[in-house]
Design a protein around this ligand. Sequence first.
Ligand SMILES: Cc1cc2nc3c(=O)[nH]c(=O)nc-3n(C[C@H](O)[C@H](O)[C@H](O)COP(=O)(O)OP(=O)(O)OC[C@H]3O[C@@H](n4cnc5c(N)ncnc54)[C@H](O)[C@@H]3O)c2cc1C
Length: 404
Amino acid sequence: MTATEVSPTAADAGADGAADGAAEAFRAEFRAWLDRAFTAEVAEAVADRQDPETLPARRAWNAALVDAGYGAISWPVEHGGRGAGILEQLAWYEEMDRARAPGPVNVIGVSNIAPAIMSHGTPAQQERFLAPMLRGDEIWSQGMSEPDAGSDLASLRCAAVHDGDHYVVSGQKTWNSLGDQAAWCQLYVRTDPTVPKHQGITCLLVDLTSPGVEVRPIRTMGGELGFAELFFQDVRVPVDAVLGQVGDGWAVATRTLGNERAGVAGLYLSLRATFDRVVAAATLPTADGRRPIDDPVKRDALAARFTEARLLEFLAKRMLGSMLSGGFPAAEGSIVKTAWAQWSQAMAATAVDVLGLPALSGDWADALCGSRSLTIAGGTTEVNRNIVGERVLGLPREPAPEQS
Ligand SMILES: Cc1cc2nc3c(=O)[nH]c(=O)nc-3n(C[C@H](O)[C@H](O)[C@H](O)COP(=O)(O)OP(=O)(O)OC[C@H]3O[C@@H](n4cnc5c(N)ncnc54)[C@H](O)[C@@H]3O)c2cc1C
């Protein structure tokens, strides 16, 4: 039995009957469409999601999703979405997982940057940017981290100086996901160095083809691209590229509510899918004719990973259930993120332990290397533990370094 077979579905997040009925109707409609549209040829063309050469095929699949109305169902109708609620979003994730179909190519744009443009952007910015972002015609990245400003984002130094109808940007960003492919960047800059550090930050929507921008791709230890360092030297950015108010960048970065409330489902679904792949591979005989799955020590490790995948699902569904009852469990998101990161690392290590030498190269080895970043990206485990300690458990605040 696989993890997928024993897993509960959207209904387990808890819902009233009417909403649940609408989600199940959506699921049936979407499943039928996926069965028709996500053909074996499309699946093969998009199979390697890390390979830049598959980008045109992934873009074409992205456009097919959008044209059929399934590109970003959580987005409001006026911006090309369906205004779908949590249960329909959950059904979308579950059906995409069932079909093993890839989501949008513009993953950061669609889930993180678009909501900021919808809540803080001018009508002209919304008109200009949202449609090409949704179709994947323009890839976006987020420029927050700098060499000396990661967890402590408010210390960022990349500066923008007002000069007539432009800002002149100079400085450096790093760990820019998709920066090697991106046409645009949601860039956080310091516009006022004289005020406390959380103030004086502004968010700009920057064309990465502007003169003075240098993009240096970063290759990870898994051998992949997918990141870049960005260097800005006297880059002129028009004032109408400010997102929100000047000096209000901290609020844009931290107080934008995503429409994609069920995105947490993607975490346990991906962990579950990896578990199923490890079990399938462990069921095949190795060179000595034995099957790894028959080794009791390996079975024990797999049982631990299975349990973690289920626990992650319950944690995520508890969070979704709380949202369905009108809650906004922001700090609980740190529990789910921390658990997902640690359990995904354990899954990647177990895959290599269970499958042995052949897994020390190729996809399993790449996944093992790649998994190391999960406890850093999107907020480190230590920082998330502080959030859980302070905001969930009510422990005293961590002393800030400058006060200790
Ligand atoms: C896969 C991946 C994708 C990323 N994508 C992007 C992106 O698209 N855009 C972007 O701007 N950035 C991106 N980042 C950068 C990421 O946001 C930072 O790496 C992260 O915020 C940590 O910052 P840092 O690397 O500077 O480490 P630091 O903040 O310097 O932390 C170093 C160590 O100190 C610990 N630490 C720091 N502060 C505290 C504290 N208060 N209490 C306890 N421990 C603490 C950390 O947990 C860590 O172990 C990405 C990173 C990765 C790995």
